[in-house]
Design a protein around this ligand. Structure first.
Ligand code: ZN
Length: 232
């Protein structure tokens, strides 16, 4: 499901950035590596998103052919052309022809960052039932990119956002005030969203999460937590 906004709800709730901008950004190579990874992995799992990216690429390619060379600087034009041609290079080396050992069916673009075994990543406990492992991206100084594992039935602390938070569901499901999200769904939360995702369905939840700003804790102890914890 192309679900940057709606999760299990029929209509998009307010406060979500539209998916089209992200898919268009992916199509023309305008996204930083972290967001590009999330959107590319989303497109692998969601045929609707994939077809939109390809449609944008076709339109962007036609547009670029009409531009004078001076309209875009050399670097931007080169990136756009590579993206449209599907020749973008990730900052990580391609995974060797080694079979995945963790039994997870991850998108190929994400597997290049994760390696053959998610359990071999450096996982850190965030809170009870929640842990995460950083992934290397070229814009890591600005955006955090990580896998997050939430035990079945466990919540993430209630929080709001000071920027964008992209969450791609890879396994399991979670629900919040905006709806329910399952494998392949990409939730885009911004400053307008205050939520408390809870893993449900009897299966642990595995997500790819990209954030470009610290979150704000908004639960019962949120004010206190914000004094001591800066969590991006
Ligand atoms: Zn959030």
């Amino acid at each position: 499901m192309l679900s940057t906004q709606r999760g299990g709800k029929p209509a998009a709730p307010e406060g979500y950035v539209g998916s089209e901008e992200l898919l268009f950004g992916r199509a023309i190579g305008a996204l930083p590596e972290s967001a590009s990874l999330a959107v590319a992995a989303h497109a692998e799992l969601c045929p609707e998103a994939s077809s939109i990216v390809h449609r944008h690429k076709a339109v962007a390619g036609a547009l670029i052919e009409t531009l004078e060379p001076a309209t875009l600087n050399e670097g931007a034009l080169d990136r756009a052309l590579k993206a449209i041609a599907g020749e973008e290079q990730a900052s990580v080396a391609p995974l060797a022809a080694e079979a995945a050992r963790d039994g997870l069916d991850l998108p190929a673009v994400l597997r290049r960052y994760v390696g053959p075994d998610v359990d071999a990543l450096r996982w850190k406990r965030v809170m009870k039932g929640v842990r995460e492992a950083e992934l290397p991206v070229s814009d890591g100084a600005v955006c955090r990119t990580r896998l997050m594992h939430i035990d079945s039935g466990r919540p993430v602390l209630q929080h709001g956002h000071n920027g964008l938070e992209l969450t791609l569901l890879l396994q399991g499901a979670y629900g919040d005030c905006t709806g329910e999200y399952r494998r392949g769904d990409l939730q885009v939360a911004d400053e307008e969203i205050d939520h408390k995702p809870v893993a449900f369905g009897g299966e642990d939840c595995l997500c790819l999460v990209v954030t470009d700003a610290p979150i704000r804790f908004t639960g019962p102890f949120g004010g206190l937590l914000n004094l001591f914890v800066r969590y991006k």
